[in-house]
Design a protein around this ligand. Structure first.
Ligand code: SAH
Length: 520
């Protein structure tokens, strides 16, 4: 029996969180994902690693595949027994040609689901502070194509009825025909001072809005060189924007911010950026893994085998905690073997990670650097005591040195290693070359060096020139030093070495604000 089936899915208007739960499930289940330009590529990260991706356009000037070819492709893939997810911007039924795709599937007896999405025609105005209906202004709304079927004459739309009967009109695909739209509406009796708004790349970091009237919007749009994709809203509701504009008020509005830290560590930063109205884009340049070098593994084996001997176990990061327990588990070592040791966490996050595993740290130094640890411990450190320091391969050497000077016997083991990671290179290069990334965040020196290395591996000869004009945010002086050495000017610097402080610096910093990005 052929198990091929097709999910015809609305991806929502752009903001990747505006997809339905069912839509997300369809992405997670797919063998093949067929997607186009208005579906946010970030959604694709939820696919199965082995899922195939097929991009089918459409840029305004070039359709990579014709509609009939796309429909045929979906059919062919399904007939091969694949689970196919067709991801479309907005809602698939609203000028999304889902009907044509579903018809062909139905004719061939292929099972399909239509999973609605949040349409840009309603969501994009809402993100610009324009509810498409309002009891005081209108009781009807029409969603109209601004780009008629090429073989129909433009006037096949009944402008007269539209202008008389409908309160709010939302035009999709209409930027190129804005002049005709305004002219027709005025000709059919709409007043020239009727408010109009255009919202471009709504719900994305590039969201930009321009307002005017039927009489003057064409000139304004021309002057601002305002391009598609945009929705055009005509109606009294546009006035509400003055009061209701909300997205623009968020402190990181309009900023697409790249997160370079390892995916396993990135969520706090990503969530904060998102919550403050920025668009986080994750391109981790680091991945953590258990040590692989034989000598490092051997040293770790040996140290963990004599775990009960240690007086102190000092954990210096959340990752350190995670990999420490992982190494115990992998070796079948019971945590009760730690019973005799006093356990130190360098900061509250590390302490929390320990607490999650049932261990309440004995000491949590107030300062995050090595110096802070020593102040907190000094009174209790004795010569001859044994300390275990499970760290990373790139950890700083201040702490073990100082402990050694105090007469302790220090065993340092690499508990994990950082390796370069290069994911979604094409998307990264595309965003960087179009200057669509506004800020890059660096949360450690290795994020800086790895980004340069990753770009080189992607074929960029001069990474520095590709990063020109991008603002740089660093979590601390060490990281900033590495960035500066690499030739990057530092725009923002966290006061404290925390993610919250890093984000705060971007809000306070007042770097240059990008009105329009070069995205097309
Ligand atoms: N099915 C889609 C519409 C497809 S037609 C939906 O329901 O949203 C493509 C048009 O949608 C574009 O020309 C533009 O007018 C509009 N559009 C889609 N996403 C948009 C966005 N994020 N911002 C502004 N306009 C958008």
């Amino acid at each position: 029996m052929n198990k091929g089936r097709v999910f015809l899915v609305g991806a929502g208007p752009g903001d990747p969180k505006l997809i339905s739960v069912r839509g997300m499930e369809a992405i997670q289940r797919a063998d093949v994902i067929v997607y186009d330009r208005l579906a946010n590529p970030r959604l694709l990260k939820h696919r199965r690693p082995e899922a195939e991706l097929i991009f089918v356009g459409k840029l305004p000037d070039k359709h990579i595949l014709k509609q009939e070819e796309i429909s045929q492709l979906l059919l062919d893939l399904a007939l091969q027994g694949k689970v196919v997810t067709r991801l479309k911007g907005g809602d698939p039924s609203v000028f999304g040609r889902v009907g044509e795709e579903a018809e062909l599937l139905a004719e061939h007896g292929v099972t399909f689901d239509i999973i609605p999405g949040i349409t840009s025609s309603i969501a994009v105005p809402a993100y610009a502070g324009i509810p498409v209906t309002h009891r005081d202004f209108t009781s009807s709304v029409a969603i109209v194509t601004g780009h008629e079927y090429p073989n129909k004459t433009y006037s096949s739309l009944n402008w007269d009825h539209l202008a008389k009967a409908i309160g709010t009109m939302v035009f999709l695909m209409g930027v190129a025909n804005l002049e005709q739209i305004c002219r027709e509406l005025i000709r059919c009796g709409k007043p020239a001072d009727m408010p109009v708004a255009l919202v471009r790349w709504g719900t994305w970091a590039d969201q930009a809005t321009i307002t005017g009237t039927l009489g003057d919007i064409v000139e304004k749009v021309r002057a601002a060189d305002f391009k598609s994709p945009a929705v055009i809203i005509v109606g009294e509701v546009v006035k509400l924007r003055e009061k209701l504009a909300w997205v623009e008020k968020k402190p990181l509005f309009g900023r697409r911010i790249m997160v370079t830290r390892a995916r396993s560590q990135a969520s706090e930063l990503v969530d904060l950026i998102d919550d403050l109205g920025g668009e986080p884009v994750e391109f981790p340049v680091i991945r953590m893994q258990p040590p692989t070098k034989p000598e490092v593994v051997a040293a770790l084996d040996a140290a963990l085998a004599r775990l009960p001997e240690f007086d102190w176990v000092i954990l210096t990061s959340v990752n350190g905690v995670e990999y420490f327990f992982r190494s115990l588990r992998e070796r079948g070592i019971d945590i009760r073997k730690l019973g005799g040791a006093r356990i130190v966490a360098v900061g509250p996050k590390t302490a929390e990670a320990l607490a999650e595993r049932g261990i309440i740290a004995d000491v949590i130094p107030a300062k995050f650097q090595g110096e802070g640890i020593l102040e907190a411990l000094e009174a209790e450190l004795r010569a001859g005591q044994k300390a275990l320091l499970p760290t990373a391969d790139l950890a700083r050497d201040y702490l073990p040195k100082r402990l050694g000077e105090l007469g302790l016997s220090v065993t340092e083991v690499d508990i994990y290693e950082n390796v370069l990671s290069v994911d979604d290179g094409d998307e990264l290069l595309q965003l960087l070359t179009t200057q669509s990334i506004h800020i890059i965040t660096f949360t450690s020196s290795s994020t800086v060096t790895n980004l340069f290395e990753a770009l080189r591996q992607l074929g960029v000869e001069d990474p520095l020139s590709l990063l020109q004009g991008v603002e740089i945010a660093c979590i601390g002086p060490k990281t900033a030093e590495t960035a500066a050495k690499a030739g990057l000017p530092i725009t923002y610097m966290a006061e404290e070495a925390t993610v919250a402080s890093l984000v705060h610096s971007m809000i306070q910093g007042g770097g240059m604000h990008h009105e329009f990005s070069n995205r097309t």
